[in-house]
Unconditional design. Structure first.
Length: 518
């Protein structure tokens, strides 16, 4: 039997087409230097920036410095397991984190590994930790309120969904408590929360987890933990991982809140890595791109337009100052990136005013757009009044004779300060806040002794829950405080006040009016 040449060529072509033997070529390099959480690797000439690399013993790293003859990698694990001469493999993946509702209620590290001893984390997919912020066209203005449950913030420094509001102050002034209160207040809303602890003590993170569990807030919260005992590399990637987890919810048309606690320690971790990678130091030894470090993180907070689902990611970064100095490098950087700041003052905190918010130095650049109409109507000028009161209070301490109007302003100011005091972990619904602030702003508390104001406050809240339930519902309507509603609020305030009987007490100093509950 004779085989034709064209038949031979056809058989050869078929064999070539069906040939499925594949050679896997892995691009590998070698460690030329290792120490202090940094490994220099030779041979990975096609590696990408922020690419995940694999060292021996299943230790991962991330390419940060792409130099001409070597790659500077930060080690995301135990540095002492890596030796000079070890082989390093490319993974061809940018550093990723698991995302999805399976993370809710869990404590994880920035790589998505569980830290709560409850087994593996269930995730729907993985997303890169460093993502480009969306452009202006894909966003819409911030206009929905994100209620914190704190009277001082919801009335004077309102936060909107999609906003970036900085919490700034010295250590131990209640910054974390303020953020935790905001998480607790989202219990009956559709907001998912992500709390990322950067450089905190493990005991502090455990306390936050316990508080959230106690207030049933852990069910809708993800805790990302990179504590002081973790390497700087883990602390560096932590806020980016948290932002990605929040972006997953935002991109699904849902609402998320991410709290970065705190970005001062994040900048310090990045400075440490940069100096070890021999990057040139700049002001206060921070590298030149430290502004970009935080701007690219905080730009990711946004309110998407309706075509993209209308979801939002709100950011509450925390910055710790030294001796109340907000003019240093990192605080000024973050103030210029964010849409306002809540400034917590040490002096106020230790004088018993908590939350210790300085109304004059705090601001929300979104303002009334992030408030419900009734709150905007009632508390519109209250921040300016409180700031003026602080100035007058300082002036009055000189012991000068004050005219009647100034004395009246001081009397009102002291009562407003008392009204804005609030216990920790007790967020207040917005309709109750409006009723109380209306009562204080319209002078119903002016002739009451300051000591009785907490009792009056309790009475206001109880009456909104019982006799005036309908008024509470009306205050949440988009119409705001109409003339009819205002009249009802006045009658409500008179009713509350009538529950307190007064008696005139004669003393050596003159007549004094005392009030007590009937």
């Amino acid at each position: 039997m004779k085989i034709q040449p064209d038949e031979i060529s056809r058989i050869i072509k078929e064999k070539i087409e069906n040939y499925n033997y594949r050679i896997d070529i892995e691009e590998v390099g070698r460690v030329i230097e290792v120490g202090d959480g940094i490994a220099r690797v030779y041979g990975l000439k096609d590696i990408m920036a922020s690419e995940l690399v694999l060292f021996n013993h299943d230790v991962y790293g991330m390419a940060l410095n792409l130099e001409e003859d070597n790659v500077g990698c930060i080690v995301l694990g135990e540095t002492n397991l890596i030796k000079e001469g070890d082989i390093v493999k490319r993974t061809r993946n940018i550093v990723q984190v698991p995302v999805g509702e399976g993370l809710l209620g869990r404590v994880i590290n920035p790589l998505g590994l569980p830290l709560d001893g409850r087994g593996e984390v269930e995730s729907e997919k993985f997303m890169p930790i460093d993502r480009k912020a969306l452009g202006v066209i894909q966003r819409q203005p911030v206009k929905e309120p994100l209620q914190t449950g704190l009277k001082a913030i919801d009335s004077m420094i309102p936060i909107g969904r999609g906003q970036r509001e900085l919490i700034i102050g010295d250590r131990k002034t209640g910054k974390t408590a303020l953020a935790v209160d905001t998480i607790i207040n989202q219990r009956d809303t559709d907001v998912y929360c992500i709390y990322v602890a950067i450089g905190q003590k493990r005991s502090s993170v455990a306390k936050v987890v316990e508080v959230l569990r106690e207030h049933k807030a852990l069910d809708y919260t993800v805790i990302v933990s990179a504590t002081a005992s973790d390497p700087s590399s883990i602390q560096y990637i932590a806020p980016y991982a948290a932002a990605t987890i929040g972006e997953y919810f935002r991109d699904q048309g849902k609402h998320a809140l991410v709290i970065y606690d705190d970005l001062s320690k994040h900048a310090i971790a990045y400075r440490q890595l940069s100096l070890l990678l021999r990057r040139p130091p700049g002001r206060e030894a921070y590298p030149g791109d430290v502004f970009y470090l935080h701007s690219r993180l905080l730009e990711r907070a946004s309110k998407l337009n309706d075509d993209l689902g209308g979801g939002s990611l709100t950011a509450l970064p925390i910055i710790e100052t030294q001796a109340s100095d907000i003019s240093t490098y990192i605080p000024t950087n973050v103030i210029s990136i964010t849409d306002g700041q809540i400034y917590l003052e040490t002096k106020l905190f230790y004088s018993g005013i908590r939350p210790a918010i300085n109304a004059g130095d705090s601001v929300s650049r979104v303002g009334g757009n992030a408030q419900i109409k009734a709150m905007k109507d009632v508390a519109g000028k209250i921040r300016i009044e409180l700031a003026q009161f602080r100035e007058l209070e300082a002036f009055a301490k000189f012991g000068t004779e004050l005219d009647k109007d100034t004395q009246h302003q001081l009397t009102r100011g002291y009562r407003l300060v008392e009204v804005f005091k609030q216990d920790q972990y007790v967020p207040i619904p917005v309709e109750k806040q409006i009723a109380l602030i209306f009562m204080a702003y319209n002078g119903y508390l002016d002739d009451l002794p300051i000591e009785i104001i907490p009792v009056v406050e309790k009475e206001v809240f109880e009456m909104i829950d019982t006799e005036y339930k309908e008024l509470g519902k009306i205050l949440l309507l988009p119409e705001g405080v109409t003339e009819e509603v205002e009249n009802e609020l006045h009658s409500f305030c008179k009713q509350v006040k009538s529950n307190f009987e007064h008696q005139v007490i004669k003393s050596s100093e003159g007549e004094k009016v005392e009030f007590e509950k009937k």
